[in-house]
Design a protein. Structure first.
Length: 329
């Protein structure tokens, strides 16, 4: 195997080949597309007052997912039926593989920018955090598109060009890993400091934290597996195809789960209310609650109040907190 991670020449194997990896990756992508398609339908059938750019981002992801799934179906047919026992280089030269790299970069950019906006809102409009992460996210997108284009025009017998393409793919997924980890840690940290002491609101915060952990864990895990299978496993088997082909749908599923969770938060905040729990932590300036404390002294049947009674009861206070959460995209 060459230094670039590619074999010097295609080697036919009697066992597992790239055909099997292509079929499994395509089937995984179709399965995830079915899940996210149901999420898209659920989102569109609900009354939504989301910001205009989010209402555009969801159909954009739907178009990307649909195009990529159709391309993967053609890829599976081309490799398993149309071609006669294709070798590894023939499989990698098929355009749906390079197309999947570009669509994955597009899906990742949309999802990460939405999560960065959420972190921006949770940090009380911290411009520096938003700008740095957004610039880095665009840089990751550019590297991903460059890797896809390089693979598209690549002659696999030109080993200097192969080495460049290999380095782009590895750098792209390492950069994705760093970006997803930073966003996830930032969201969990800020949300953990935003507890209000209300049982219902804190449960909603836990739900948002769970969504952030899911997004970061699954995308980071797949990025690591892609790098390992791309660099360390026999290239003739093309195990990386199992994870590269459905990778973009992982971003879509995690985002739509977060968006639908936010819709559930809005519904629960309007339908359910509760009183403070025994353990009350000080809210940060992420979710500002205006609560007036009443200090009263009782003499027999007389009640002397040093301050006017608060007109805002715990129920309405919690509703305000839940509403603040639900307004964070």
């Amino acid at each position: 195997m060459s230094d670039a991670g590619f074999p010097v020449a295609p080697v036919a194997t009697a066992g597992w080949t790239g055909v099997g990896s292509t079929l499994i990756g395509s089937l995984l992508n179709i399965w995830l597309y079915g899940i996210v398609f149901h999420m898209y339908v659920t989102y569109w059938t609900q009354t939504s007052k989301d910001l205009w750019w989010l209402r555009l981002a969801v159909p954009a992801l739907f178009i990307i997912d649909t195009a990529q799934t159709a391309a993967d179906c053609y890829f599976a047919y081309r490799v398993a039926v149309d071609l006669d026992h294709p070798d590894t280089f023939t499989i990698l030269a098929q355009w749906p593989l390079q197309f999947s790299a570009i669509t994955q970069a597009m899906s990742a950019l949309i999802v990460t920018l939405i999560l960065i906006h959420r972190l921006y809102r949770l940090t009380k409009n911290n411009v520096y955090v938003a700008v740095v992460l957004s610039v880095y996210s665009v840089a990751v997108f550019c590297v991903g598109v460059s890797a896809g284009v390089k693979l598209w025009i690549l002659n696999f017998l030109d080993f200097p060009a192969v080495r460049v393409a290999n380095n782009l793919v590895v750098a792209w997924h390492y950069m994705e890993l760093v970006l997803n980890t930073v966003i996830t840690i930032g969201l969990i940290f800020v949300l953990s400091r935003s507890r209000t002491g209300f049982q219902r609101t804190d449960s909603l915060i836990n739900t948002l934290m769970r969504g952030a952990m899911q997004t970061g864990f699954f995308t980071s895990f797949v990025s690591i597996i892609v790098v390992i299978t791309w660099v360390r496993t026999p290239f003739e088997q093309s195990y990386f195809l199992i994870f590269i082909l459905p990778f973009g749908r992982v971003y879509s599923v995690t985002l739509m789960d977060t968006v639908l969770t936010r819709q559930l938060i809005k519904q629960e905040s309007s339908d359910h209310q509760s009183f403070p729990t025994s353990r009350v932590t000080a809210p940060t300036n992420t979710i500002e609650l205006r609560v007036r404390k009443d200090v009263s002294v009782h003499y027999g049947d007389r009640r002397d109040s040093h301050e006017k009674p608060s007109s805002k009861q715990p129920k309405s206070t919690e509703a305000d907190a839940a509403s603040s959460l639900s307004n964070i995209v």
